[in-house]
Design a protein. Structure first.
Length: 312
């Protein structure tokens, strides 16, 4: 509430308290912005990979709104180049937020050298009570997926949908943020994955059967779900993929019952004030428990053809 008030008043507010003046910086978290994402890349990353990433960021931000501040960091395979990029990254952190420690940043666990070695993509949302700078940092790399893989494009959309999700949670308190995005992956990852694939499937040149094919592949995870097990109880880690895959199906299931606007716009609009369950009930007309029960006990028991009916 306090944040909203500050947001509404002015860009920089001077609050007079007797002789003391406290400067309060404007907190525009969650508002769409005209400020575009920044792109940084290691020296072995090609111009075309940077442009490919930018192109799919543009598609995502056009569809879902432009949120930020957002930085893309693109890592290649050369570890020396990744080390140089790490230094540049940590200098920028320090420049944007004087409270950040250069040393702590350079020694962080998931640095760019680890991306150069192992590949992958990820989003780091910075918003907490200890740091001044709030924002999003997406890392893309050269493998899993690499820019020549078909997956690279939906993965950029997937990471950007996480930006969208986190932009709709205002709090700087870790507990409150987690209570709205949930700890286990079924909700946030399932949503990011389905929205990314849905948006990708609508792009020019993508086969009309693409979404059905990709969602069909995700059903392979069904055999790894234990009897009576709910996707909501699966944590990140070894079996996390089941929650990504079937969570994407759960999102499709909700959108089919309601609409894309109810899920993507209205649920996230109300999430900040009503919390996860409050917004869920308001916008989907049932508790998450009831819809999860129906999803597991009725929907997932349908034939392949019956399930595919909900995929556009
Ligand atoms: Zn994700």
């Amino acid at each position: 509430m306090k944040h909203m008030l500050i947001t509404a008043i002015a860009s920089v507010l001077l609050v007079g308290c007797g002789a003391m003046k406290i400067e309060v910086e404007r907190d525009s978290w969650g508002e769409t912005t005209s400020q575009k994402a920044e792109f940084y890349a290691a020296s072995d990353v090609t111009r075309s990979q940077i442009e490919l990433t930018r192109q799919w960021y543009e598609i995502a931000s056009k569809a879902w709104g432009n949120y930020g501040p957002l930085e893309f960091w693109i890592v290649g395979t050369n570890e020396g180049a990744a080390t140089t990029l790490d230094k540049r990254y940590c200098e920028l952190r320090k420049q944007k937020d004087l409270t950040d420690s250069l040393e702590h940043c350079l020694n962080r666990d998931h640095n760019f050298v680890s991306y150069a070695k192992r590949g992958n993509a990820g989003l780091n949302t910075r918003r907490n009570e200890h740091e001044k700078w709030s924002g999003f940092i997406i890392t893309m790399s050269a493998k899993f997926p690499g820019p020549q893989e078909k997956d690279y494009k939906p993965v950029v959309l997937h990471e950007y949908f996480h930006v969208y999700q986190h932009a709709h949670i205002h709090s700087k308190n870790d507990f409150e943020r987690k209570s709205r995005n949930l700890k286990n992956p079924w909700w946030s990852e399932g949503g990011a994955e389905y929205m990314a694939q849905l948006l990708y499937s609508k792009q020019k040149g993508v086969s009309p059967s693409y979404l059905k094919e990709i969602m069909g592949r995700k059903l392979r995870s069904l055999k790894n779900l234990h009897e009576g097990e709910s996707i909501k109880d699966i944590p990140y880690g070894k079996r996390g993929g089941i929650a990504y895959d079937l969570g994407a199906w759960f999102t499709a299931f909700i959108i089919n019952k309601t609409s894309e606007v109810d899920y993507r716009v209205k649920f996230y609009r109300d999430l900040n004030t009503k919390g996860f369950e409050g917004s869920f009930i308001k916008n989907f007309g049932s508790s998450s428990k009831d819809l999860l029960d129906e999803f597991h006990n009725t929907f997932l028991k349908l034939s392949l053809e019956g399930k595919m009916k909900i995929i556009p």
